[in-house]
Design a protein around this ligand. Structure first.
Ligand code: NAD
Length: 348
C-alpha cells in the first residue's frame, strides 16, 4: 500500500510518516516546508526505500496530481496550525487549510482513491464550558485557525455525502511530544525553561486543554483510516485536561527551572477557555484509547527530549529571523511592566 501524507515534515505528520514506514507502508510525503516543516523531523526514514519526499504546496493542483500518482489514499495533515499566527494573518490559513484541502479532495475524487482522512481538531467545537464535546455537539469555532479547519472538516464530509467517497475525519486534542516547532505552549515553555528565559503565560493561566501525545495521535489517525466508518468524525482525546499553568509548572519542575520565570501576559484575543472532548466513540467503535495517557510522565519525557536534542531546536531559536520576528510581534506588547522582551528574554 502507498499513502500520500501531506505535512509529513511537520510535528504530527512526522510521527505519522514514521509509523507508516515502520509498518512497511509506502509513503509519499508532500510538504511545502513552511517555518513549521523541517526535514530533520523525518531524517530517520529519509533514505528508506518506501519513502519519497516531494517539496510542494497542497494548493498547487499540478504538484498534488504528481504526488498522488500510484497512491491508495491520502492522510491530510498539511495545515497552518498556530492559532496565534491565524490571528495575526488569517489569509494563509484560509488558503492552505481550506483551499488546499479542496485541491486534495478533488484529486482523491478524480483518482477514485480508496480513502481520505481529514485531520481536524477539537478547536472546531469552540470553548466547552461544561461536560465534553461529542462528535454530534455544535461546531462553534472562534478563531481563524479553528474556523478554517472546520471549513475543511465539513468540506471533506460533503465529498462523502455528495460523491460517496470514503472520507474519515479525525478531531484530535492538543498534541505534544518530540519534534514540535518551539512556538506553542509546551515546546515554547520547555525551551525557555532550558534557556532560563521568562515564560509568557496568557491571562490568568487557567485555560484548559486536553493533552494528547503525538505518537498516540498518529496511531489513532491510522486506525481511523483503516477501520473508521465512512463519513464519520472521530474525536481523539488524550483524556488529560489540565490548566495551562499546571503544564507550565510541571515543565519548570522537570527542567529544574525556577517558577519566577513565569510571566503572565495580556491574554490572547478571543481565547477559548476550555477544550474538552469525549473519546467514547473511538473507544467503542475502534477500541482505541491513548497508550500514553500519563501527562506528567509525558511532559518529563518531552522535556528530556528537548534537553537532549538542542541541535534540533537551537538553530530555530537563535538564528531563525522568522521565528524571532513572530515572537516579538506576538509577545512584544504583552509583557507586563511596560517593557518589551526579545525572544532571548532581554528587556528592550
Ligand atoms: N498540534 C496540535 O495540537 C493539533 C491538534 C489537533 C489537530 N491538529 C492538526 O494536525 C495537523 C498537523 O498539525 P501539526 O501540529 O503537526 O502542524 P505543524 O504546524 O507542526 O506542521 C504542519 C506541516 O504542514 C506543512 N504545510 C503547511 N502549509 C502547507 C502547504 N500549503 N502545502 C504543503 N505543506 C504545508 C508545513 O511545512 C509543516 O510541515 C494539522 O492539520 C492540524 O490542524 C494539530
Amino acid at each position: 500500500m502507498n499513502i500520500l501524507v501531506t505535512g509529513g515534515c511537520g510535528f504530527i505528520g512526522s510521527h505519522v510518516v514514521r509509523l507508516l514506514i515502520s509498518k512497511g507502508i509506502g509513503v509519499v510525503n508532500l510538504d511545502k516546508l513552511t517555518y513549521a516543516g523541517n526535514p530533520e523531523n523525518v531524517r530517520d526514514v529519509g533514505r528508506h526505500p518506501k519513502y519519497r519526499f516531494i517539496k510542494g504546496d497542497i494548493c498547487d493542483a499540478g504538484v498534488v496530481r504528481r504526488a498522488a500518482r500510484g497512491v491508495d489514499g491520502i492522510l491530510n495533515l498539511a495545515a497552518e496550525t498556530h492559532v496565534d499566527r491565524s490571528i495575526l494573518d488569517p489569509g494563509a490559513f484560509i488558503r492552505t487549510d481550506m483551499i488546499g484541502t479542496y485541491v486534495l479532495l478533488e484529486e482523491a475524487r478524480l483518482r477514485r482513491l480508496k480513502f481520505f482522512v481529514q485531520v481536524s481538531t477539537d478547536e472546531v467545537y469552540g470553548s466547552v464550558s461544561s461536560g465534553k464535546a461529542t462528535e454530534g455537539s455544535p461546531l462553534r469555532p472562534t478563531n481563524p485557525y479553528a474556523a478554517s479547519k472546520l471549513g475543511a472538516d465539513r468540506l471533506a464530509h460533503s465529498y462523502y455525502a455528495t460523491y460517496g467517497m470514503r472520507i474519515i475525519i479525525t478531531r484530535g486534542s492538543n498534541t505534544y511530544g518530540p519534534f514540535q516547532f518551539p512556538e506553542k505552549l509546551i515546546p515554547l515553555t520547555i525551551i525557555r525553561a532550558l534557556l532560563g528565559e521568562p515564560i509568557p503565560v496568557y491571562g490568568d493561566g487557567r485555560n484548559v486543554r486536553d493533552w494528547l501525545r503525538a505518537e498516540d495521535h498518529a496511531e489513532a489517525i491510522w486506525l481511523a483510516a483503516r477501520r473508521g466508518r465512512t463519513g464519520e468524525a472521530y474525536n481523539i482525546s488524550g483524556g488529560s485536561e489540565r490548566e495551562n499553568i499546571w503544564i507550565v509548572r510541571k515543565i519548570l519542575s522537570a527542567a529544574g527551572a525556577p517558577e519566577k520565570l513565569i510571566s503572565y501576559v495580556k491574554d490572547r484575543e478571543g481565547h477559548d477557555r476550555r477544550y474538552a472532548m469525549s473519546g467514547a466513540k473511538i473507544r467503542r467503535e475502534l477500541g482505541w484509547q491513548p497508550r500514553r495517557p500519563d501527562i506528567a510522565d509525558g511532559i518529563r519525557q518531552t522535556v528530556d527530549w528537548y534537553r537532549e536534542n538542542r541541535r534540533w531546536w537551537e538553530p530555530v531559536v537563535r538564528r531563525n529571523a522568522a521565528f524571532r520576528n513572530y515572537f516579538d510581534r506576538q509577545y512584544g506588547h504583552r509583557w507586563g511592566g511596560g517593557g518589551r522582551r526579545r525572544a532571548d528574554g532581554k528587556q528592550k
